[in-house]
Design a protein around this ligand. Structure first.
Ligand code: ZN
Length: 228
């Protein structure tokens, strides 16, 4: 059983769904993406993604026209396994095609690319035994890069706010709720973290704060301070 938070960038709202592991993901096409496939090895009771990522999945799946093996999509930041600002932590990245033949993987890669719906489709030379694509949103806080998370401030809603809340909670700075809404409690927690690492406590999660926060949260492992 999973509690699934779906952020809709068109309405800027988050909706909550309760689903069993064998159920399709909300907004996914038919039974092409089940909850257990989306979560992979993550044990998190709470999962999150966006309607935009689900749409990109649906377009890819229809264009490919056959079953796609989904290794996983979602990871919480403290579960690790990726770089500091992975889109997997935001629930908008997929690693698929593991165990399928190279011609199938080529076809999946082309289908994903041709939809034009993903923000990024990883070159096959970088991931020869699987296909990574993600539906990233926003402008990265750190200039000069096309990856990374956008600047967040009070009022920000969405999957990047969830990543930030999750990282803060993992480090012991409680946001009280894990809801993807940057409110007063989240701002207090962020300021406390900023003070602890000698950054200006402005309550804005920009490039420097993201760097310090994600580096600190990554690899911390499972912790009793995490809010579900
Ligand atoms: Zn990946």
């Amino acid at each position: 059983m999973a509690r699934i938070l779906i952020y809709d960038p068109y309405t800027n709202q988050i909706s909550t769904y309760n689903r069993n592991e064998s159920d399709p993901m909300p907004y996914s096409y038919n039974t092409t993406l089940r909850v257990r496939e989306f979560r992979g090895s993550s044990n998190s009771p709470t999962l999150w993604t966006t309607t935009a990522a689900m749409e990109a999945w649906n377009l890819t799946r229809r264009r490919y026209g056959g079953p796609i093996h989904v290794g996983y999509a979602f990871k919480r930041i403290w579960e690790g396994g990726h770089g500091t600002k992975s889109q997997h932590y935001a629930g908008v990245a997929f690693d698929v095609g593991q165990g399928q033949g190279s011609s199938a993987r080529n076809a999946i890669w082309n289908a994903a690319k041709n939809t034009g719906a993903w923000g990024y489709v990883e070159p096959q030379s970088m991931t020869p035994t699987w296909v990574h694509f993600d539906r990233r949103l926003g402008t990265p806080a750190c200039s000069g890069t096309t990856s990374g998370y956008p600047t967040l401030r009070r009022g920000a809603v969405g999957v990047y706010t969830l990543v930030m809340q999750d990282a803060l909670n993992a480090l012991g700075y409680s946001t009280r709720t894990l809801d993807g809404k940057f409110g007063a409690n989240t701002e207090s927690a962020l300021k406390a973290f900023q003070r602890s690492v000698s950054l200006t406590a402005d309550g804005v999660c920009g490039c420097n704060t993201w760097n310090r926060l994600t580096n600190a949260a990554l690899g911390i492992g499972r912790t009793g301070t995490v809010i579900n």
